[in-house]
Design a protein around this ligand. Structure first.
Ligand SMILES: O=P(O)(O)OP(=O)(O)OP(=O)(O)OC[C@H]1O[C@@H](n2cnc3c(O)ncnc32)[C@H](O)[C@@H]1O
Ligand SMILES: [Mg+2]
Length: 198
């Protein structure tokens, strides 16, 4: 059995990924088990760069194989913002509520009450021997300025799927994992890890 750390400080991501590798010869551990660790500096220009930076950073800190996620929201009427800055849209340590307020204000400035948008996710696995595996996923949707639902995290109450019928915060965790950017990236990563560990 190989131990892999889900190397994220985002509890929402942990919840979505903790059962993802069931069936593989893997023991999944959370970064929070290692106490208060410093945060990786997300200095990359792409989701992929930042995912690799985080995976390598936490693998070095813990001495164990790490799987990191870098993800975000691209809104077409906002010229694909907030993108890689999704977690810090309203400032360095912004909360989900502050980022959502900023999203609403920026949408209002454009005069649009909705816009095509997508979530993107890149997963990077970094083993202590230097092996890197990477996968990605995209989920198309619509940003609407009326929030709905309490599930999920981040921008989910404003991100509508199912042809605009339901927000990502109105569907269950299991349903989100089937259609989400992260769910798709996880499915691909599971295949890569199965091959790598065979
Ligand atoms: O870097 P780590 O520690 O993994 O945690 P983080 O929250 O800072 O993660 P990112 O740097 O990858 O920023 C991603 C942001 O994009 C948004 N986001 C990503 N996936 C999302 C999802 O499934 N639902 C809602 N918002 C999401 C949300 O605001 C996240 O904070
Ligand atoms: Mg981050």
């Amino acid at each position: 059995m190989k131990t892999i750390i889900i190397a994220t400080k985002n509890k929402g991501k942990v919840k979505e990924m903790e059962a993802a590798f069931d069936g593989l010869p893997i023991i999944v551990r959370a970064l929070s088990e290692f106490g208060e660790l410093p945060s990786a500096v997300e200095s990359g220009q792409t989701f992929a760069e930042n995912a690799r930076i985080k995976a390598a950073f936490y693998a070095r800190l813990t001495g164990m194989a790490c799987l990191a996620d870098d993800s975000g929201l691209e809104v077409d009427v906002l010229d694909k913002q907030p993108g890689i800055y999704s977690a810090r849209f309203a400032g360095t340590h912004a909360s989900d509520a502050e980022n959502n307020n900023k999203l609403l204000n920026e949408m209002k400035k454009t005069g649009s009450s909705s816009s095509p948008a997508r979530y993107k996710c890149v997963l990077a696995f970094f083993d202590v021997n230097g092996e890197i595996l990477q996968s990605e996923g995209t989920c198309e949707g619509i940003i609407k300025i009326q929030p709905r639902g309490d599930n999920g995290f981040g921008y989910d109450p404003y991100f509508y799927v199912c042809g605009g019928q339901k927000s990502m915060a109105e569907i269950s965790l299991a349903e989100k994992n089937v259609i989400s950017h992260r769910g798709k990236a996880v499915k691909k990563m599971k295949k890569l890890l199965a091959e790598y560990l065979s």
